[in-house]
Design a protein around this ligand. Sequence first.
Ligand SMILES: Nc1ncnc2c1ncn2[C@@H]1O[C@H](COP(=O)(O)OP(=O)(O)O)[C@@H](O)[C@H]1O
Ligand SMILES: [Mg+2]
Length: 211
Amino acid sequence: MLHATSLCHHFDYPLFNDVNLSIEPKDTIAVLGVSGSGKSTLLHILSSFMQPKSGQVLIDGKDIYALDETALTALRRDYLGLIFQQHYLFRGFTAMENLKISTMLSQEAMDEAILKRLKIDHILHQPVSELSGGQQQRVSIARVLMKKPSIIFADEPTGNLDRETAGEVMRMMHGYVEETSGALFIVTHDQGIADQCKRQFVLEDGALKER
Ligand SMILES: Nc1ncnc2c1ncn2[C@@H]1O[C@H](COP(=O)(O)OP(=O)(O)O)[C@@H](O)[C@H]1O
Ligand SMILES: [Mg+2]
């Protein structure tokens, strides 16, 4: 589904060198590492949002940083699901409106079961700006699951959630990956969440090491 080869990136100082990673159907991958080690940067590079200084990312056989804008937009819409640390919901709109915009773009139906499991079915008509951080996070997770992506990229997706809700969110994502033969790439601080994934990596000393 994804092949990354020889990825290198730096800002004012080196971040990582020669990172190689393949993602296959039903893979669930956790990346751990101390704050500032470059985990979010790596996630942005793999998910088409930041071009690496060198190296290549193939998704669904396509060299994503060589695609034109139209092809890249289509790949993001149809193939990728992103749960970022910041939620990127439209703040002036309700939770329901945010979900509708997304399902309309991806031409998928609104999935009531997802709303119930994430316990957001009762807050759908509130403006996003009035929701708690955890509720906003769950709306953004619902939005991503409903568009039925092949690969889900999630950056600390359970950071704002209590233990029980975090557990439910993770069960949903793992279940989704199994059912759809998709894949999950997750950045987390939580060793317990990493332990639920099939593969674990640590980003340290500029290298991505499998555990
Ligand atoms: N767009 C950027 N421009 C310059 N420096 C950045 C940018 N994004 C991240 N950094 C720096 O790169 C380092 C790694 O950041 P990040 O990938 O967010 O790490 P992590 O997610 O592991 O905490 C940090 O020191 C951060 O300040
Ligand atoms: Mg980060």
